[in-house]
Ligand binder design. Sequence first.
Ligand code: ADP
Ligand code: MG
Length: 282
Amino acid sequence: MSAAPLNNDGHLGVMLTELRLPTMKRLAAELCEQSDREGWPARRLLEQLLQQETAEREVRRFDRHRAESGLDPDKRLSTFDFAAVPTISKAQVLGLVESRQWLDRGGNILAFGAPGGGKSHLLSGIGHALVDAGKRVLFVRCTDLVQRLQAARRDLRLPQELQKLDRFELLILDDLSYVRRDQAETSVLFELIAERYERKSIAITANTPFSQWGEVFVDAAMTLAAIDRLVHHATILEMNVESYRRRAAEANAATLRSTRRALAARPSPDQGPPPPPRSTGA
Ligand code: ADP
Ligand code: MG
């Protein structure tokens, strides 16, 4: 005999909804029945129900953190080819995700290199690994975040907006170099950097070296102050390799060429010679 749905016995289901215990609500009828049938001590039933709720709550929390992170689900460390970037050490990157004390003191990661070298993929992979470890991470395009902060400043709620970002242990700002110098824009970026300094971590990808960051911030003093704060506790990843996309495209093209050559040299066994060209009659 199957357990009666909780809704039919009134109160219990309603109370579990009220207390936001969806897993207990889903399993209560079945586990109560099993408990009656097998003569469980009351404590065992209670433990079973609470254990299930706690376990599923943990899973829901991870799912929520993953969803809010803005991380591309495909860009993980497991799909990152470290051999393609000899300038960085896989051990160093794995060290960052395994021993995470740097997050506690607001350590930063700065990834530099030409477009296509894998900066966004690598930082996204680090982000996923940190979410796996229970951390909260936000991956955003730097220009998008700057616009959001700028709008907040216009509405006189910049401090609240910065405060909201505090819930993320790591903020990944993708493509800092695309932010353009404009007084209002770049000073909000500076405020963000200053606000998080030695408290909460920032990771940045940039196509341009520090020497060109003067293009991003308002003036030389602000540029230096921003760089100073970012590098104080930072891991710098130099990723100046040729574009992975271009290399992959070239490798594909080469494979295609050699496949074509091989096919052209070897007549297909189950097809006769190619048919003669048809006259169009035109
Ligand atoms: P960047 O941010 O430096 O411009 P991306 O991380 O966007 O480069 O990389 C460009 C594309 O190439 C992406 O699709 C990325 O997944 C892929 N890619 C780059 N480097 C690697 C790598 N080392 N291993 C696997 N895929 C890579
Ligand atoms: Mg990128």
